[in-house]
Design a protein. Structure first.
Length: 177
């Protein structure tokens, strides 16, 4: 009983934190500093290492210099959400491919993963708060892609989410320098 209560409290705290980040990002960018998406992506992969190991995922990372400007905390949270989603919505023995690179006038982060097939018609709804394709509990609260969309909008960035024929998603984020 105590373990169940602890899980419920943890989940509620996680949801409150995610809702606060969503509300803050919806207000727009209030600070801007120089950062490199490659370092942010590397940190997110390190944080995701336990989940990656648990599922036995193969990670292909090509993290080239990708300098941009923006609110560092919001961008870090956005990249973490994208990496976390790629792990959570994957399958044992699957893969994650993540790249960062310079883009004309900015920086690009691209992350793709194996996983269940996502119907193309469902993709536009994935960035809506609390939208999920499956009802299976995965520890998330259904706000990861909503936060990513809100942070990218606040930064004037382009977030493109596409389903892959064999399953999983292919997500591209372009931030201006």
């Amino acid at each position: 009983m105590a373990a169940r209560v602890r899980r419920s409290v943890d989940r509620a705290e996680h949801m409150i934190e995610a809702l606060l980040v969503l509300a803050i990002s919806d207000q727009g960018v209030t600070s801007s500093e120089l950062l490199d998406l490659s370092a942010v992506a590397e940190d997110a992969l390190e944080l995701a290492a336990p989940g990656i190991a648990k599922l036995g995922l193969r990670v292909e990372a090509d993290l080239g210099s990708a300098e941009t400007t923006g609110d560092q905390q919001l961008i870090e949270r956005m990249v973490w959400n994208l990496v976390d989603n790629a792990v959570r919505h994957n399958e044992p023995g699957g893969w994650i491919r993540i790249t960062t690179a310079r883009y004309p006038g900015g920086a690009e982060l691209r992350i793709a993963n194996s996983g269940p097939v996502v119907p193309p018609g469902a993709v536009p709804t994935l960035a809506e708060p609390f939208r999920r394709i499956t009802k299976q509990p995965d520890g998330g609260v259904g706000l990861g892609l909503s936060i990513a969309q809100s942070v990218s909008t606040a930064h004037g960035a382009q977030l493109d989410i596409r389903s892959q024929h064999d399953g999983g998603l292919d997500i591209s984020l372009i931030l201006r320098a």
